[in-house]
Design a protein around this ligand. Structure first.
Ligand code: ATP
Ligand code: MG
Length: 268
């Protein structure tokens, strides 16, 4: 339990022991007949310095959960707190500022800018936030993710695994409280996936970040400290110290439950 109250260093500020809290977060897309409840009152609390995987059937709300928690999208109701501070319900500019100060995001398709070099992509969040660009630190981070020799390359000169490592460097550069990753290994081969998962794990264990990662892959989930399962926009289970076999079994069960609720015909 004490591990949950680890204090984070680096910037010299004292961080909250709770990195992320969601209270009854709901999100509905569309309206009337076409309304889809993507999130249905999700509450959770993640300690600082934890690595959590989010799993569940396609359409269960995983990406919506990440986007609302990261401030990339707005929940319809409920509260999101990052590092002890409530995400503002204010203007778009306020939300963007909050996000830039507190969270990093890693996407399945990397989302790098093709016209910028590896180094420029990495320091972009600092520029956007109007913060001083410490090139030496950016280079240190790029060296850590194995791209110290690729600073001047452009994304189209890199492999998928290398691109994703740039995206991780970009997410680390602002020293965010929470890094959200939506299927970060979804487009990668096994070896690149392992490297990316190792880096996310290192961000937590060595550098004290908090990582929340959506994945469909039980092997990827086994790198996390815990798994949250989602079904139909609601939390549907929780597993500490996940193993590949246990996760696969729970997922199969979850799929059966969802199928039963929706009267899916046998064999489909
Ligand atoms: N922009 C949108 N407009 C309308 N409906 C949406 C939108 N985004 C998501 N949805 C719906 O909300 C539900 C949750 O979607 P979400 O993308 O969060 O699922 P997911 O768990 O990430 O699925 P996957 O594993 O396929 O990525 C789905 O039913 C989806 O169709
Ligand atoms: Mg998704």
């Amino acid at each position: 339990m004490f591990g949950h109250f680890r204090r984070q260093g680096g910037t010299g500020s004292t961080r909250s022991a709770e990195a992320l809290r969601l209270v009854k977060v709901s999100k509905v897309y569309g309206s009337d007949d076409s309304a889809v409840t993507a999130l249905d009152g999700v509450s959770l609390s993640l300690p600082a310095g934890s690595f959590t995987a989010v799993m569940g059937p396609s359409g269960s709300g995983k990406s919506t959960l990440l986007q609302c928690a990261a401030g990339l999208d707005r929940a319809d109701s409920g509260i999101v707190m990052v590092d002890g501070e409530q995400m503002t319900g204010g203007t778009e500019a306020e939300l963007t500022k909050f996000r830039r100060q507190r969270v990093g995001f890693v996407f399945q398709q990397y989302n790098l800018l093709d016209t910028l070099t590896v180094e420029q992509n990495t320091t972009l969040p600092l520029r956007l936030a109007g913060r001083r660009v410490d090139r030496r630190r950016a280079r240190d981070i790029l060296a850590r993710v194995g791209l110290g020799e690729r600073l001047g390359h452009r994304p189209d000169q890199l492999s998928g695994g290398q691109r994703q490592r740039v995206a991780i460097a970009r997410a680390l550069v602002t020293e965010p409280s929470v890094i959200f990753a939506d299927e970060p290994t979804g487009a990668l081969d096994t070896r690149s996936a392992r490297e990316v998962l190792g880096l996310l794990q290192e961000a937590v264990r060595v550098h004290g970040r908090t990582v929340v990662m959506v994945t469909h892959d039980p092997v990827a989930a086994s790198y996390a400290d815990a798994v949250l399962f989602l079904a139909d926009g609601r939390l549907a289970g929780h597993m500490e110290r996940p193993t590949v076999d246990e996760v696969a079994e729970r997922l199969a069960h979850l799929g059966d439950m969802v199928a039963a609720r929706h009267d899916v015909p046998a064999g489909v």
